[in-house]
Ligand binder design. Structure first.
Ligand code: NAP
Length: 347
């Protein structure tokens, strides 16, 4: 193998079956076959955290029938060698145990790890789906994944339940990205603030935007109750982010804020780009983390307002994201309590 070919092998190019010449993310089919190749880590999968947008679509298609959702997941993975929902293009992450020790990654055999790359580019083979948990979007499975040399992982901590670790690490790039955007005194609005990434972003903003104002917006009152109980926001506003005028009015009425410095969009439905821009001050920052974001809707949403906004695509990998999410969970008792209640039960 040439040196260039060896470097690309670390990215999983040699696991692409079709079309030739693309990276695993863009591939139609990956090869999850064994044995492992040099530099690869084989993980015996225990559980998948399916991306929120993808899981919503699977639920709608399967009519909330766990068995139907499980069959659909099996079919996608069998056909594509990875879990990339063909309707939403999104994946999730996995937790499992290293089948062998890895000197390069400095982990012994059996270490429980979470993949920090999306399931949309991870070679995956499933023997069976054991159980689908509707409330947490987590799926217990038997099978294996191949983590190529360049794919980042996090070692799961011993002091947190498996489900909590998985849920938090799935969206851990959100607070890590926000940490680079949020300043002392900022007014921060989080759309979808009661969800997993919303709660982590609010906890991060409590630390970074000291002296500022934190607003959680969600359409689900139960999710907002959790934010309130955890003490993570100054204001909780029940509103539908797909209705931009109503949403902005509700925020202004409840908080007095007409234009925030930073707006974080972590909802899991389409059609919320305009509300994000409307709620943000000119030259403020909108972080579009939702996988349901439309580039064209986002790009064009400022035109009619005559407003220049700094828009950030939510990125899936940020250095130090796993350690930051774990630190937030340990430091904020309220956040940990909500995560443990939602994701920490055995099921
Ligand atoms: P989640 O836990 O399901 O939270 C989403 C929250 O948004 C829920 O509380 C939901 O309420 C609320 N919501 C839905 N529609 C709304 C609306 N119209 N107005 C106001 N609130 C609304 O999701 P998550 O796991 O935190 O994920 C959030 C987003 O991050 C998803 O879009 C996911 O795809 C994305 N994500 C992106 C990346 C990346 O790399 N960019 C990585 C991972 C995840 P209900 O309970 O009523 O649904």
């Amino acid at each position: 193998m040439t040196r260039a070919a060896a470097a690309f092998a670390g990215l999983g190019v040699d696991r692409v079956l079709e079309p030739p010449g693309v990276l695993p993310q863009a591939a139609l089919r990956l090869d999850p076959g064994l044995p492992a190749r040099p530099g690869e880590l084989v993980v015996d999968c225990e559980r998948l955290q399916v991306d929120s947008v993808s899981f919503r679509q699977l639920r709608e298609e399967g009519g909330d029938d766990q068995a139907a959702i499980g069959r659909r997941i099996m079919a996608v993975v069998r056909e594509r060698g990875k879990l990339e929902n063909p309707s939403t293009g999104s994946g999730g992450v996995l937790i499992g145990r290293a089948r062998r020790a890895s000197r390069a990654r400095r982990i012994p055999r059996g270490t429980r790890i979470v993949s920090l790359v999306s399931l949309t580019l991870t070679p995956l083979h499933l023997e069976r789906v054991l159980e689908v948990h509707l409330a947490t979007h987590q799926v217990e499975v038997e099978g294996h994944a191949i983590l190529c040399r360049a794919f980042p992982i996090a070692v799961a901590p011993d002091d947190l339940p498996l489900g909590v670790t998985l849920a938090a690490l799935d969206v851990s790039s959100a607070p890590a990205q926000l940490a680079r955007l949020c300043r002392r005194g900022d007014r921060v609005v989080v759309l979808g603030g009661g969800g997993a990434s919303g709660l982590l972003c609010l906890a991060l903003a409590r630390e970074r935007a000291q002296g500022g104002t934190l607003v959680a917006v969600d359409r689900d009152p139960a999710m907002l109750d959790d934010v309130r109980r955890a003490g993570l926001a100054h204001h909780c506003v029940q509103a539908d982010a797909t209705r931009p005028i109503d949403c902005a009015r509700a925020v202004a009425r409840a908080t007095g804020i007409v234009e925030a410095d930073v707006v974080v969009n972590v909802v899991d439905v389409p059609g919320t780009e305009m509300a994000s821009v409307l709620l943000c001050r000119p030259r403020g920052t909108v972080m579009l983390f939702s996988m349901a974001t439309s580039f064209s809707d986002a790009a064009l949403s400022g035109d009619g307002l005559g407003r220049e906004t700094r828009m950030m695509v939510g990125i899936g990998y940020v250095e130090g994201q796993a350690a930051l999410a774990m630190r937030l969970l340990r430091r904020h008792a309220g956040l940990r309590e909500v995560f443990t209640r939602r994701y920490g039960a055995r099921h």
